[in-house]
Design a protein around this ligand. Structure first.
Ligand code: FES
Ligand code: FE2
Length: 400
């Protein structure tokens, strides 16, 4: 087969409709509007790890697809989340990324709120007496917040399925590493805006085949354990996980083997376990350390990625240094893998952003092992179900 002229290039790939994706899922503004309304407004979003708000009155702000959020630990140690917007005239209240305070005061007219979202002060409140407006009427908007294996999830939809039911068994493999013993804490937080549709980043976490792109994975991962030992699991609600991955760190110059003494609870130092939560979270544990990605669209062509690195709470300085090194060799901003993935996502935007690329093929079928595309298909299956648009042809009229 030779190169194709325009008409042939526009034809869908000759594979089942579930095994390819139209470029319109990245570039069509009406698709993006539906994603916001039908996916992001209704699914559970990973706001932070509980160790990021360890003490009463610790807070953290989050920008969630156009909705500013404020996560606060109360005096009762419960973590609550609110819209980070003022009920007075709508201004964003807290502008710092994190901190500790008993009182959130809006800079605009100095209305104040406490850690449970109640309005505690309105300057010159007597001006509202005529109409009878009281502090009790103007609390913050509380957002559903639930915690699983230390991960703080929020949901804008008060009617959404509870978190445990939504996740099912998707994160079961992380229960031991994340909760046994002293638990974990975040030691690394990094964020970047990449020039691509949000799905292009999440695809790097769903696409096992792309380990060919990373020289580090070609050496340390593809040769460490038989490809047939891998097992992709597709969970309900579009979540995925993969088991059976290992690494031989000594196969890459400059990396030494990981010490089993530093392995996270229930893991071996050379284990690599991996899970994704639909739509936009990936959780990875590489024996001695963990990485969590949260992928948040800013618009159809720009995406905020937040990366967290985790180690064991109460690590000695020496052990922590080793974990940080292990994390950064793969996943730090100057690590071997993460910058390569960022370029892959931006390269996909170069192809799809203006329509030059028409389709992508997600048709590898190795029976759920090896480099199967089953995780990509699970993602797009759920995406189609939720948006009401087939990923192979999203311009088909949405279902009611
Ligand atoms: S907008 Fe916040 S006090 Fe007025
Ligand atoms: Fe990658």
């Amino acid at each position: 087969m030779s190169a194709r002229a325009a008409e042939a290039w526009s034809k869908p790939p000759a594979v089942p409709e579930t095994h390819y994706v139209s470029g319109l899922v990245y570039s069509d503004e009406s698709v993006f509007a539906d994603e916001k309304r039908r996916i992001f407004d209704r699914t559970w979003h990973l706001a932070c790890h509980e160790s990021e708000v360890p003490e009463p009155y610790d807070f953290r702000t989050v920008d969630y697809v156009g909705t500013p959020l404020l996560v606060v630990r109360g005096a009762d140690r419960r973590i609550r989340t609110f819209f980070n917007v003022c009920p007075h005239r709508g201004a964003k209240i807290v502008h710092e990324l994190s901190g500790n305070t008993k009182r959130f005061t809006c800079f605009y007219h100095l209305w104040s709120f406490d850690a449970v979202g109640a309005c505690t002060d309105i300057p010159r409140q007597e001006g509202y007496q005529t109409v009878g407006l009281k502090k009790d009427d103007v609390g913050l908007r509380e957002v559903r917040t639930e915690i699983h294996v230390g991960l703080v999830f929020v949901n804008l939809d008060d009617q959404a399925t509870p978190l445990g039911q939504y996740l099912g068994k998707a994160l079961d493999a992380f229960e031991g590493p994340m909760t046994a013993g002293k638990g974990l804490e975040v030691f690394h937080y990094n964020r970047a805006i990449i020039q691509s549709n949000w799905k292009a980043w999440q695809e790097t976490n769903l696409d096992v085949y792309h380990e060919f792109m990373h020289v580090l994975l070609r050496r340390t991962q593809m040769t460490a354990a038989p490809l047939e030992d891998r097992k992709v699991t597709v969970h309900p609600n579009g979540h995925t996980s993969i088991a059976g991955l290992r690494a031989k760190y000594e196969y890459y110059k400059g990396m030494q083997s990981r010490d089993d003494r530093l392995a996270l609870p229930t893991l071996r130092a050379d284990d690599f376990i991996f899970g994704t939560v639909f739509p936009h979270v990936a959780v990875l544990a590489r024996g001695t350390t963990m990485r969590i990605d949260v992928v948040t669209p800013l618009d159809a062509h720009r995406t905020l990625i937040e990366w967290r690195g985790l180690g064991v709470r109460g690590d000695s300085a020496e052990d922590r240094q080793a974990r940080v090194r292990h994390h950064n060799q793969y996943w730090g901003p100057f690590g071997r893998n993460v910058p390569e993935d960022a370029y892959a996502a931006e390269a996909a935007e170069m192809g799809f952003g203006r329509g030059a690329a028409r389709f992508q093929v997600i048709a590898r079928d190795e029976g759920g092992s090896g480099q199967d595309d089953g995780m990509l298909r699970a993602f797009y299956g759920e995406w189609s179900r939720r948006t009401g648009r087939p990923a192979a042809n999203p311009s088909n009229a949405p279902m009611a």
